[in-house]
Design a protein around this ligand. Structure first.
Ligand code: 3PG
Ligand code: CO
Length: 555
């Protein structure tokens, strides 16, 4: 069995209240007018940076440091919080799917064999995010799977696309569709009946998370399963072009549409005997649709028709719920997370965020596992997010409410660790609205202050960090850092995350004298934070964890 008991730290005491604050989408970049963190009034974060040089540093939050395939992969919340919570670097979904496709193992696994049973008489449906963002899915993986499935007997395939514009530039969906349509045309020449069957923008159709708004999933269900949508087109490229032009909506928020034949009949509803694969590897925005596709008992919306299908996820999305029960690639086995260790060692834990980021400090933090390790020692508080809005209209979001709940948890004395995610920099940054993102950064900074003040009052310790960059850079740039213009001379707004490192600061009256960041880990990343936090709770980290960022010098 696993030995959960952590050794005592030789120098650092137990029993301090430790606040772990994760600013979502808060990287460190050159100060200019498109760096919203720089432009915003952020006195608290500034003081951490300027205060004690040995208590503030940068850590890596992208690429291989967080288990992504290459150094060109920007960070994201899933891999960021996984690394923060698990203290080790796991090859993540993107990488695991790459390997399974490259070796062909994806076609030998249980999941593919399971769906293959339907190829003879049924249709194979592929549902997922269409972009090369690499956060939730990747176009090249979809291309390979399409080809691979058709070579292995899938004769009729329907693709249900979700347009991105959030992990990639707005408007880039057309280009991805052209690539996909080109592949489809080639497959059709070979006699495979392939078509795009439906579509919609990822933030409006299917890809909700943490049960923020089931209507999003319902819109997808209606289009993908029932073949019903407010807009009907003969062709997906035309659909995206027209909807963008006529409704003035961006890729993220396109309404649902279905592709119909010359008789106005939808070309690909999901029916009894079909196979379905959700092609996203990332979990959070697939859990809800997975429940709708898999659960016999389901009351979140009226499915109207619940087809008897064989469904597999690209990965298994929730290890605790075992959801979905069939999948093409095994997910990273993120076990023995710091949260689980600390709870076993009696650390009473409070975690809080608002709905849209709630699972980040719980589910992702705990290795893609839902629920408590020990409900007697843990309390997870979700502040309901505003739903049905884009967060640039409400850039304050629930940051102050999160901070106040956390302050109360600190002052109440019932917890040893309080852990929060402050979503503003990320969620507002993704809208591409620079002015609103500046407001978002200011509010996040105010929220940090509320938490640090409470830590001050109880003699505790704080660790303030971030999961990846976003708000610190809002424009696409050329290699020398100059903002890029599009063909109409307009600034190309960067809605996505970045490759930037993120800050980490430690402090508070409870921090033992002599604690400082080590100098021998210049390439430290998010995975080094878990051991650091364990030390601040008075424990040594397990030996296979990435090393702690701190040392204690005698003075
Ligand atoms: C999203 O799902 O909103 C974006 O693709 C990634 O954002 P996150 O990694 O910050 O959640
Ligand atoms: Co984000």
């Amino acid at each position: 069995g696993i030995s959960w008991k952590l050794p005592e730290h030789p120098k650092l005491p137990k029993g301090k209240t430790v606040a772990v604050v994760v600013l979502d989408g808060w990287g460190e970049a050159k100060p200019d007018q498109y760096n919203c963190i720089h432009v915003a009034d952020t006195p608290t974060m500034d003081s951490l940076k300027q205060g004690a040089p040995e208590k503030w540093r940068l850590v890596r939050a992208h690429g291989k440091a967080v288990g992504l395939p290459t150094e060109d992969d920007m960070g994201n919340s899933e891999v960021g919080h996984n690394a923060l919570g698990a203290g080790r670097i796991f090859a993540q979904g993107a990488k695991l799917v790459d390997l399974a496709l490259a070796s062909g193992k994806i076609y030998e696994g249980e999941g593919f064999k399971y769906i293959k049973e339907c190829f003879k008489n049924g249709t194979l449906h592929l549902i997922g995010l269409l972009s090369d963002g690499g956060v939730h899915s990747r176009l090249d993986q979809l291309q390979l799977l399409l080809k691979g499935a058709s070579e292995r007997g899938a004769k009729r395939i329907r693709v249900h696309i979700l347009t991105d514009g959030r992990d990639v530039l707005d408007g880039s969906s057309i280009g991805f569709l052209e690539i996909l349509e080109n592949d489809i045309a080639k497959l059709r020449e070979k006699g495979v009946d392939v078509q795009i069957a439906s579509g919609g923008g990822r933030m409006y159709v299917t890809m909700d998370r943490y049960e923020n708004d089931w209507d999003v999933v319902k819109r997808g269900w209606d289009a993908q399963v029932l073949g019903e949508a407010p807009y009907k087109f003969r062709n997906a490229i035309e659909a995206v072009k027209k909807l963008r032009e006529e409704l003035k909506v961006n890729d993220q928020y396109l309404p649902p549409f279905v592709i119909v034949d010359e008789n106005e009949k939808p070309v690909g509803p999901i029916v009894d005997g079909d196979a379905v694969v959700t092609i996203n590897f990332r979990a959070d925005r697939m859990v809800m649709i997975a429940k709708a596709l898999e659960y016999e008992d389901f009351d979140k919306f009226d499915r109207v028709r619940f087809p008897k299908i064989r469904y597999a996820g690209m990965l298994q999305y929730d290890g605790e719920l075992k959801l979905p029960s069939h999948y093409l690639v095994s997910p990273p086995e993120i076990e023995r997370t710091s949260g689980e260790y600390l709870v076993h060692n009696g650390v009473r834990t409070f975690a809080c965020s608002e709905t849209v980021k709630f699972g980040h400090v719980t589910f992702f933090w705990n290795g893609n596992r839902s629920g408590y390790f020990n409900p007697e020692l843990e309390e997870y508080v979700e502040i309901p997010s505003d739903s049905g809005i884009t967060f640039n209209v409400q850039p304050k979001m629930k940051a102050l409410e999160i901070a106040e709940k956390t302050r109360d948890a600190i002052l109440g004395g019932k917890f040893d660790q309080v852990r929060v995610n402050l979503p503003n920099g990320d969620m507002v940054g993704h809208t591409g609205d620079i002015e609103a993102t500046v407001v978002a950064c200011k509010v996040a900074d105010e929220a940090v202050k509320i938490i640090l003040d409470a830590i001050e009052q109880v003699g505790g310790i704080y660790v303030v960090t971030a999961d990846h960059g976003n708000a610190e850079d809002m424009v696409k740039r050329n290699k020398s850092g100059q903002p890029l213009l599009d063909k109409n001379g307009k600034l190309q707004i960067l809605t996505s995350h970045t490759l930037e490192p993120v800050p980490i600061a430690i402090g508070g009256p409870g921090l033992a004298p002599g604690v400082r960041f080590r100098k021998d880990l210049p390439n430290g990343g998010l995975a080094n934070v878990a051991a650091t936090v364990m030390n601040l709770h008075g424990f040594e980290a397990p030996s296979d964890y990435e090393p702690t960022l701190i040392e204690v010098v005698d003075n």
